[in-house]
Design a protein around this ligand. Structure first.
Ligand SMILES: [Zn+2]
Length: 361
């Protein structure tokens, strides 16, 4: 099988400020690691260069007034919130990120590759139709989903595993039954949303599944949620494509969050997602990078882990950054799993009227 890696050197240009967590080193260190591991010459990985998204594509998600504000502010510099300023040239950077997600989707739909990882920045999952937030400007995932729908893909399962709840993506699809939005995230935490009681509205009721997890949650809990919530939902929903908002900030070294996923855990979760996609949707799977702020200790390893899983490579070589295992012992809380199971049970109860796998008749 071949996995597509969508990347553009200009993804290293965007910068709010040199000390900002969402900085260019997030990907420059990953690219160095990929070079060292021979990723770019591997026969199972194809490097794909994206084009910027068109204004029409991003207007499928965002209001015209907001896009004009972004474009105008990108000429002078501007401000959205405390974490999210608009540096000069942001507009071009944001369109290229959204274009990366679109290119990844096209590569999979057209059979160029079996699955793909759009390794883009800036991220997108906090962006809503009328505003950016939390380092995000244009919702790359939502723009990609609208593009897929325009190409005739009827049903899409989103799995957002970023440590922060994907509030923007949830809001955009909250009233739709053709997009099943699932999310694992630290809770309570920024942005404050993502409880098990948020299950969608109107026609979309039952098509949002939030799996909040406490700080200290590790690999076994993520795999438990994958096997007992996401897998059963996916098999019943029968999507045409699985779209993963791949936030890499659950890694135990991440400076902004309190979770304890390992690089090996990430790769195993992606391997299960690949297996699931083969069972139910011909292997059609696209991952889009969201967060991840451990620029040296986490991201190069987690990005390599999920790409290796997409390409079907031996995952036994996926390792944790040396010298960090003591850190893992401090961050990981074995008692967190109890809270994970309690929340998952509450979610199953809330969704049971809508899904046979959770008990509806
Ligand atoms: Zn995040």
């Amino acid at each position: 099988m071949t996995a597509g890696l969508v990347f553009h050197p200009d993804y290293l240009l965007h910068e709010q400020s040199p000390g900002h967590p969402e900085r260019r080193e997030r990907l420059s260190y990953t690219i160095d690691q990929f070079r060292e591991e021979g990723v770019f010459s591997h026969r199972s990985i194809r490097l794909i260069t994206p084009q910027p998204a068109s204004r029409e594509s991003v207007m499928r998600v965002h209001f015209s007034e907001y896009l004009s504000f972004l474009e105008g502010s990108s000429k002078t510099g501007g401000f959205i919130d405390f974490d999210t300023s608009i540096p000069i040239h942001l507009w071009e950077a944001a369109l290229l990120a959204a274009g990366g997600a679109i290119r990844a989707a096209d590569a999979v739909l057209d059979g160029e590759v079996e699955n793909a990882f759009a390794m883009v920045r800036p991220p997108g999952h906090h962006a809503r139709p009328g505003t950016g937030a939390g380092f995000c400007y244009i919702n790359n995932m939502a723009v990609m989903v609208r593009h897929l729908q325009d190409r005739g893909v009827m049903k899409i399962l989103i799995l957002d595993w970023d440590a922060h709840h994907g509030d923007g993506t949830q809001q955009i699809f909250y009233e739709e039954d053709s997009v099943l939005f699932t999310s694992i995230h630290q809770y309570p935490f920024y942005p404050g949303t993502g409880s098990v009681d948020e299950i969608g509205l109107r026609r979309g009721t039952g098509y949002t599944a939030n799996m909040p997890v406490p700080a200290g949650t590790g690999d076994e809990s993520y795999l438990y949620l994958f096997d007992t919530v996401i897998g059963p939902l996916a098999r019943e929903f029968e999507p045409d494509l699985i779209a993963i908002s791949a936030g890499q900030d659950n890694h135990f070294t991440d400076p902004l969050t309190g979770l304890a996923l390992t690089a090996r855990g990430y790769s195993e979760m992606m391997r299960r997602a690949v297996d699931l996609s083969r069972d139910i949707c011909e292997g059609h799977l696209v991952a889009v990078l969201e967060g991840g702020y451990s620029v040296e200790g986490g991201l190069p390893y987690t990005n390599l882990g999920i790409l290796a899983a997409l390409a079907g490579l031996d995952l036994s070589c996926i390792r944790e950054p040396s010298g960090f295992l003591e850190w893992l012992r401090k961050v990981r809380d074995p008692s967190a799993h109890r809270g994970v199971v309690e929340n998952a049970n509450a979610l199953r109860t809330n969704l049971s009227p809508f899904w046979r796998c959770f008990g509806s008749s």
